[in-house]
Design a protein around this ligand. Sequence first.
Ligand code: SF4
Length: 194
Amino acid sequence: MKNNKKKFTDYMWIISAIYLFLGIFNILFAWLGVLCFLIPLIISIAGGGKSYCNTYCGRGQLLDLMGNKLKLSRKQSIPKFLRSKWFRYGFLTFFMTMFAIMLFNTYLVFNGTNNLREVIKILWTFKLPWNWVNTSMVSPWVAQFAFGFYSMMLTSTILGIITMLLYKPRSWCVYCPMGTMTQMISKAKYKEKI
Ligand code: SF4
């Protein structure tokens, strides 16, 4: 008989949705997103393979919910080029380069070269003023990192939603940088064992 009993891990999507909401309410909550960056890597390095993706990723569940339960997805096959190695690794390289630039901008604010810029950059292009929250209780670089990190999280969510609408619900998972990295780590660990 099929076991339909829900587990707490089936509700990780709520955490992802709350995270996005909290960032609008106060940008400093963006720091919590660092956990979504570190936990999959730690699990993978510890030998857990892709269990973060399979069990704990709220974003994957959120896209699944929107695409399947809310029927927002066209459920079309994802184009071949998005599944190709060059695109996945190319996108990972691009994403990590943008991440490094974001860290460098944080450093420039930390050492006083630049002033804090209270903007969110969507798709690495469109700047949205995001200055309704007083961040003076923390150092400017702490706030700068939050703006940069939230920009990345929002951008990847938008890309995930666009590909969910156009193709299959979890199409984002095909080229998600975290998924590509955990896959690389798992492959390297598997090779180590043989
Ligand atoms: S590939 Fe990315 S979005 Fe998909 S389940 Fe894994 S970490 Fe989450």
